[in-house]
Design a binder for this molecule. Structure first.
Ligand code: NDP
Length: 450
């Protein structure tokens, strides 16, 4: 059995050289599936692992565009359609200079299990481009999004593949891409999620990932007979996920003392209250400024720590929520967090914690909520947006928020109970991976060798 899992992993490394993030994600998932593979020999017989690590399809394409000065640029775009066993491919689009196949494959692979955990009929996929939106004008962003969709439209559709946002792609970018799709296809359909409210978007979608990760963390605290009231919380990032995690944690009585961006961290020992968050929303979503400006604006006890992440600030912390990017919390960070009293680490971002840091946290009794379970609120609400689009209906804020909360509570319960059932009590990584995998693997067997 050991040989089966190891040999599948080694083949992945051999066939996908230099895609280290993809290797990391596959390793984490395969290792934690061991008890399920032992219990169900049919998965080996049907070569489910060999099949699940290979994308059904990947498209790589040229994205040429013209900047405001008339100069031509060429970026690389891609869409990786990983698995459609339980529904149309679903997953975000990332615009960031670090994007390459290894990143999009890791995200697409994770997405398979995450989407299965939501209980909604969605397969896994992911896309993006190595385009850097920073410093680009509004018209340059529009032209890039249009150029990207001029190729992507061939490969997506409301019953085929429904992309959403991710790093560097918010409602603005989704709007520009939706406009081109609608024009070329001459149809108004739910081909993208994260749309504006006036044109098919769902209430709570913007807030969903940040709210969802907080609802998940609240469930983890509940298992420890605790809640967010008066808890000291460190959050990284200051984008979509971080912003609404700050909001929900604060509403539940927690005190958020950090936010960050790729330039540095803000440490606000007095806590980021609703008024200060309003400033962050304006700064990041409208002015598109840097988080340093928060410290300059509010002054007082607030410190700006250039080039640093939140985790090694030497102060007491109860809950840590990495909400920026992959591999942003390493072993040394984990050690510092444990020394400073952390009880729960809950991932808002995808794979923000390195494998050795994850092991260290779990071994030291920290409840660890992996992204594929904890940040599934975003894609779950995208699923709710798809349902509303299909019915030509819009649900109220209360309806969507209640469904989101219910989904997060169910994902938590599923991950918790599955971990217990397979002999790893309290290990949400094992629980989430096995629960998501079982659903997809059973569907793959039922649909034959395709
Ligand atoms: P945004 O683009 O809105 O925000 C990203 C934040 O992370 C920004 O503060 C950004 O800083 C920071 N960041 C990005 N890259 C780096 C880096 N290399 N080092 C340090 N900081 C970095 O993205 P989202 O908030 O949407 O996404 C954040 C994470 O959550 C990602 O891992 C994403 O995959 C995941 N996620 C998002 C979902 C969603 O619904 N949006 C759903 C599920 C997961 P800067 O501005 O300086 O780049």
């Amino acid at each position: 059995m050991v040989d089966y899992i190891t040999s599948v992993y080694e083949t992945v490394v051999e066939k996908n050289p230099a895609q280290k993030e993809f290797h990391q994600a596959v390793k984490e998932v395969l290792e934690s599936l061991r008890p399920a593979i032992e219990k169900h020999p049919e998965f080996k017989q049907h070569k489910i692992l060999e099949r699940i690590v290979e994308p059904e399809r990947q498209v790589i394409f040229r994205v040429p565009w013209v900047d405001d000065k008339g100069e031509i640029h060429v970026n690389r775009g891609m869409r990786i359609q990983f698995n459609s066993a339980i529904g149309p491919y679903k997953g975000g689009i990332r615009f960031h200079p670090t994007v390459y196949e290894g990143i999009i494959k890791f995200l697409g692979f994770e997405q398979i299990f995450k989407n299965a955990l939501t209980g909604l009929p969605m397969g896994g996929g992911k896309g993006g481009a190595d385009f850097d939106p920073k410093g680009k004008s509004e018209t340059e962003i529009m032209r890039f999004c249009q150029a990207f969709m001029l190729e992507l439209f061939r490969h997506v559709g409301p019953d085929t593949d429904v992309p959403a946002g991710d790093i560097g792609v918010g409602t603005r970018e989704i709007g520009y891409m939706f406009g081109v799709y609608k024009k070329i296809r001459n149809e108004f359909t739910g081909v993208l999620t994260g749309k504006g409210l006036e044109w098919g978007g769902s209430l709570v979608r913007t807030e969903a990932t940040g709210y969802g990760v907080t609802y998940f963390a609240a469930e983890m605290l509940k298992v420890k007979n605790m809640d967010f009231k008066d808890k000291i919380v460190m959050i990284s990032g200051s984008g979509n996920v971080a912003q609404y995690a700050v909001q929900k944690v604060t509403q539940l009585g927690g005190k958020v003392i950090t936010v960050s961006d790729s330039d540095g961290t803000v440490y606000d020992p007095d806590g980021i209250d609703a008024k200060k968050l309003e400033y962050i929303l304006e700064l990041k979503n409208v002015k598109r400024g840097r988080i340093k400006e928060y410290a300059d604006h509010f002054g007082g006890n607030i410190q700006y720590l250039p080039g640093r992440r939140p985790w090694r600030i030497g102060t007491h912390v109860d809950v840590a929520m990495p909400c920026a990017t992959q591999n942003e919390l390493d072993l040394e960070d984990a050690r510092t967090l444990v020394n400073n009293g952390v009880k729960v680490v809950c991932e808002g971002a995808n794979m923000p914690t390195t494998l050795d840091a994850t092991d260290y946290l779990i071994k030291n009794g920290v409840a660890f909520g992996p992204g594929k379970a904890a940040n599934a609120g975003g894609v779950a609400t995208s699923g709710l947006e798809m349902a509303q689009n299909s019915q030509r209906l819009s649900w109220t804020w209360e309806e969507v928020d209640a469904k989101l909360k219910n989904i997060m509570v169910n994902i938590h319960r599923t991950a918790y109970e599955t971990a217990q059932k397979y002999g790893y009590p309290g290990n949400y990584v094992v629980g989430a991976n096995i629960a998501g995998f079982l659903k997809v693997a059973k569907a793959m067997i039922a649909q034959g060798v395709v």
